[in-house]
Design a protein around this ligand. Structure first.
Ligand SMILES: [Zn+2]
Length: 318
């Protein structure tokens, strides 16, 4: 009987030891799991103050390095809102947030556009050289200056019946596409005439100097590009008119309405649209068209953005 009791006790002790070991192992396992979990971005972001949903979004979109940068900031719902903007560029996140602080009433999509094209800066205040290797997609604006002696290599003389004035020139592709557009417009009963096309650096330099003398800096800058900054120097731009119209009346012509509908089909865009002055730096010009090729022109037309915005996002990018 005593023997049995001893045996029973031993069994109880043995079972007890086993249970303690199991509990210990489970505890260590859980503790280890917890430690591992605390190393995840899921834990860190939620612990930092982001919701489950926002955390999942951030993890899906960002690299580890970028997530570390997010964790180094205070929680800010605007970060996620900016990230969800169509033309969000991560290199500009700080600038978007800073601009928003200064302009809380501004729509986020507008802030993204403004920062992407540098329009928060004063026009001409700083600039880089135009990357002419981008060919028909090069960007020439008030922050991108063409090399002084830049002259496209494939300029062609425009035949007189397409244009006013003496010997206008355009780059080969822009010219042949204009001719196709001209013919299509003609078939629809519209007369397109080129009023001004390629302008050399020297031409713009003389024009600007003349205006400067007559009107002073501020007015001149509103009317004419500074030398090296005119898109006309690219050979890809042209001012289009029709008989009997001028820059004020062109917008009301059937030709303008036709261009509004069809220019993109030939690769042309209205370069300085109404309502986008704060992005392009130019007053609305119903007559100034830029050749960018059919695909890009169609995108710009369908999405109602400026070429400056297109370039910043799709060509320059991150
Ligand atoms: Zn023009």
């Amino acid at each position: 009987m005593a023997k049995v009791r001893v045996k029973k006790r031993n069994v109880i002790i043995a079972v007890g030891i086993v249970v303690v070991i199991i509990v210990l192992i489970a505890g260590i396992f859980r503790w280890k799991q917890q430690l591992d979990y605390q190393k995840t971005y899921e834990y860190k972001l939620e612990n930092h103050g982001y919701s489950k949903e926002d955390t999942a979004y951030l993890i899906e979109k960002l690299s580890d390095k970028e997530l570390d940068a997010i964790l180094a900031r205070d929680v800010d719902q605007n970060i996620l809102k900016f990230m969800k903007e169509q033309y969000y560029l991560k290199k500009h996140l700080d600038e978007y947030l800073a601009y928003q602080k200064e302009h809380p009433e501004e729509e986020l999509s507008n802030i993204v556009a403004i920062i992407n094209v540098n329009a928060d800066r004063e026009w001409y205040s700083e600039y880089e050289e135009v990357d002419v290797s981008k060919d028909i997609l090069l960007l020439s604006n008030k922050f991108h200056k063409l090399p002084d002696n830049y002259e496209p290599e494939d300029l062609e003389n425009v035949k007189n019946w397409y244009a006013y004035g003496d010997n206008p020139q355009l780059r080969k592709e822009a010219y042949s596409q204009f001719v196709s557009m001209y013919n299509a417009a003609k078939e629809d009963g519209q007369d397109l005439i080129i009023n001004s096309a390629y302008r050399s650096y020297k031409y713009q330099d003389d024009l600007y100097a003349k205006y400067l003398e007559w009107y002073g800096q501020k007015e001149t800058d509103a009317m004419a590009a500074r030398p090296g900054f005119s898109e006309h120097q690219t050979g890809l731009s042209m001012d289009i008119m029709t008989y009997g119209a001028n820059s004020t009346t062109f917008e009301a012509t059937e030709e303008f309405a036709w261009l509004q509908k069809h220019a993109h089909e030939y690769g042309f865009i209205l370069r300085y649209p109404k309502g986008k002055e704060y992005l392009t730096g130019y007053e609305y010009e119903s007559w100034h068209y830029r050749y960018v090729g059919e695909e890009v022109a169609t995108y710009i037309y369908q999405h109602d953005i400026t070429f400056d915005e297109y370039y910043a996002y799709f060509i320059e990018g991150e």
